[in-house]
Design a protein around this ligand. Structure first.
Ligand code: UDP
Ligand code: MG
Length: 309
């Protein structure tokens, strides 16, 4: 009989977990399964709620991290410790409907090693989130080296084989699973789903966090922004060369040499701005290397209840 792991990262999700577990039980009744809750440094009683679930059901396992390490690292903790023949990752807030798991399992049994999901546009998600996701997906495919990248959501099924690959071969510090899943290939199938409204609580992705996540996503997958710096540098120097010829002409062959304060100040500001911008881009990559070189762990475990092997 197949064994299914459901990995649920939770950061302050008190109030959602009991209902979610009941809904999952309903859908997964015929299957052998484990629910692996990852408490990502919650401060609101999430861990207590998980422990209550674990007391009444042997299938409930948990890992509690020593502090908030972020969604992607919580997912990694789950992927590293799940024992299933296939692993399903989903949000704790009911935005990912448990019923879709049955469709995922069907596709997995048909031979797909990855079943990922693409969010339908839905009123249940704020306008800003919908718009930014659209722009970001376009930008990602343009800037990353996988033009057909479909970033989907962190609601997906992966086969044991893929889980082992992710666990053993991908230890980069800034994880971006949506991009990785699209990068590694294998047989994958996309399911469309319409996200529900969050049951309780608020989104843990503030605008600032979304921005950081977006920059991490692109800079983990591509060095094109650095190439753009070179290209812009080249274009501006070509202009500068011709403008220099023009300036020489003006000073040697005419008597209008002093005029043009506005153009000087504008070009200084423009070039200065571009230089700062691309120094920032270079700094972003340098910062990434700084974290890679340190090889710090992705997460630290404070408490856990999982099977021994
Ligand atoms: N999450 C987490 N650590 C974090 C932020 C979020 O484990 O630092 C979990 C969160 O509890 C939820 C999932 O990741 O189960 C997705 O987060 P959220 O629902 O806030 O994101 P949104 O759906 O609004 O994009
Ligand atoms: Mg959510």
């Amino acid at each position: 009989m197949v064994f299914i792991s459901v990995i649920i990262p939770c950061y302050n999700e008190c109030g959602n977990l009991i209902a979610l577990k009941a809904a999952l039980d309903k859908v997964l009744t015929p299957y052998k399964k484990e629910y692996l809750f990852i408490d990502d440094g919650s401060t609101d009683g999430t861990l207590d709620e998980i422990k209550i679930l674990a007391e009444s059901d042997m299938n409930v396992k948990y890992i509690s991290l020593s502090r908030n390490f972020g969604h992607q690292n919580a997912l990694k903790a789950g992927i590293d410790h799940a024992k299933g023949d296939c692993l399903i990752t989903m949000d704790a807030d009911f935005q990912h409907q448990p019923e879709i798991i049955l469709e995922m399992l069907q596709k997995w049994q048909d031979g797909y090693e990855i079943v990922y999901t693409i969010k339908n546009s839905s009123k249940n998600i704020s306008c800003f989130k919908r718009f930014s996701a659209l722009v970001y997906n376009k930008l990602f495919s343009l800037l990353s080296d996988s033009p057909n990248a479909n970033l989907g959501a962190d609601f997906r099924l992966i086969d044991r084989k893929i889980a082992d690959i992710l666990k053993n071969d991908f230890n980069e510090f800034h994880l971006f699973y949506r991009g990785l899943i699209s990068w590694i290939g294998f047989n994958s199938y996309a399911l469309n789903y319409t996200p529900e409204r969050r049951l309780t609580g608020r989104s843990k992705y503030s605008y600032k966090r979304m921005g950081n996540f977006a920059v991490d996503g692109i800079t983990s997958f591509s060095i094109k922004p650095l190439r753009i710096a070179t290209l812009v540098g080249f274009i501006i120097s070509s202009f500068a060369f011709f403008y220099g010829l023009y300036a020489l002409y003006i000073s040697f062959f005419t008597d209008k040499a002093i005029t043009g304060w506005a153009s000087v100040i504008l070009s200084i500001l423009f070039i200065g701005g571009i230089q700062l911008l691309f120094l920032g881009v270079i700094g972003e990559y340098l910062g990434k290397m700084f974290f890679e070189v340190k090889k710090r762990p992705h997460y630290l475990i404070k408490q856990k209840k999982i099977d021994a092997h």
